[in-house]
Design a protein around this ligand. Structure first.
Ligand SMILES: [Zn+2]
Length: 305
């Protein structure tokens, strides 16, 4: 069977990066706006993996304070989308372990997670015990967030893992990153895959950039760069926009192939009963709430009489 690794190689991983930020470095330039210390300050310590995904020390010297501030808005929406995972597994972020409060209908009490404790409020239909399987299935309704802002946060992380030369070659990525509206010119892949690990989780987040070994095989065109974002019990697979190489090679008889990373290999496969992958469309600019079904396993349920 064909595998993701037949088509893609690991190109850059955040595991090889570290706390690069140095306040005293002089000859720097912001990767996102091209400005230098003559125009902007570089006093904030910018994270390549925003700490909303979990505490980490992977920082850079190529992001100015203005761009850092601009991106904080987008990061707030991204945090809204994911905070129930972090709250459940008690993953520490910059502001400690986040609490979660679900979106609620009028008159209902919200489901909350605080200090690792789940309180179901009045949403009884949102949780189901299965005593035979020893599972508890919970529906989490996130508060409203803007998927397009999440797209920007993912794209920025991908750009951070490109080399200077690759960035020069793919300057159009910045048009997509800086645009206020989703640009629909066919070069962006709006679908992102989300996989929920069932048996393991990442205490510290990491991101990996994969690059296509060949961008064309027979009639299939492969997006040159794919980003894997691992945090908590979640893996996101994000396709960077079509690269300069992809665009140069384009022919009308080619079909774009979005190959899925086998995230379940990160799990304990012997304990998996099923593999579920969700697609999300990140082109939506209106705020949305998503309902996430999370399955928890338990040893024993105490009977409350
Ligand atoms: Zn900047």
């Amino acid at each position: 069977m064909e595998s993701f690794f037949d088509f893609y190689d690991l190109h850059t991983t955040s595991d090889d990066l570290s706390a690069n930020y140095s306040k005293s470095q002089n000859n720097r330039k912001c990767r996102f706006c091209d400005k230098t210390p003559l125009d902007v300050s570089f006093n904030n310590k910018p994270h390549i993996i925003p700490e909303l995904f979990g505490r980490n020390n992977i920082t850079s010297n190529f992001e100015c304070d203005e761009c850092n501030k601009l991106f904080q808005n987008y990061e707030t929406d991204t945090a809204t989308m994911i905070q129930h995972y972090l709250a459940l597994l008690r993953i520490k972020t910059k502001r400690g372990v986040p609490n979660f409060q679900s979106k609620k209908e009028q008159g209902n009490y919200a489901t909350t997670i605080a200090d690792g404790q789940i309180n179901f409020g009045s949403n009884i239909e949102d949780y189901q015990f299965n005593d035979e399987e020893k599972t508890l299935t919970i529906n989490f309704r996130t508060k409203r967030f803007c998927p397009f802002f999440v797209y920007k946060v993912f794209l920025k992380m991908g750009i951070c893992l490109l080399s200077e030369d690759e960035i020069k070659e793919n300057e159009h990525y910045f048009d997509f990153l800086n645009s206020e509206e989703p640009i629909t010119n066919g070069l962006q892949v709006w679908t992102t895959y989300r996989y929920m690990l069932k048996t393991k989780y990442h205490l510290v987040p990491n991101i990996n950039l994969y690059r296509a070994k060949k961008t064309i095989i027979k009639n299939d065109a492969f997006p040159e760069y794919i980003l894997l974002i691992n945090f908590s019990n979640i893996v996101f697979q994000f396709f960077l926009p079509l690269s300069k190489k992809n665009v140069t090679e384009y022919k009308s008889d080619l079909a774009l192939r979005l190959h899925m990373y086998p995230s379940f290999v990160l799990d304990d496969i012997t304990r998996l009963k099923q593999i579920e992958v969700h697609n999300m469309d990140l082109s939506e600019k209106n705020k949305v709430s998503i309902t996430d079904k999370v399955v928890l396993h338990y040893q024993q349920r105490d009977r409350l009489v």
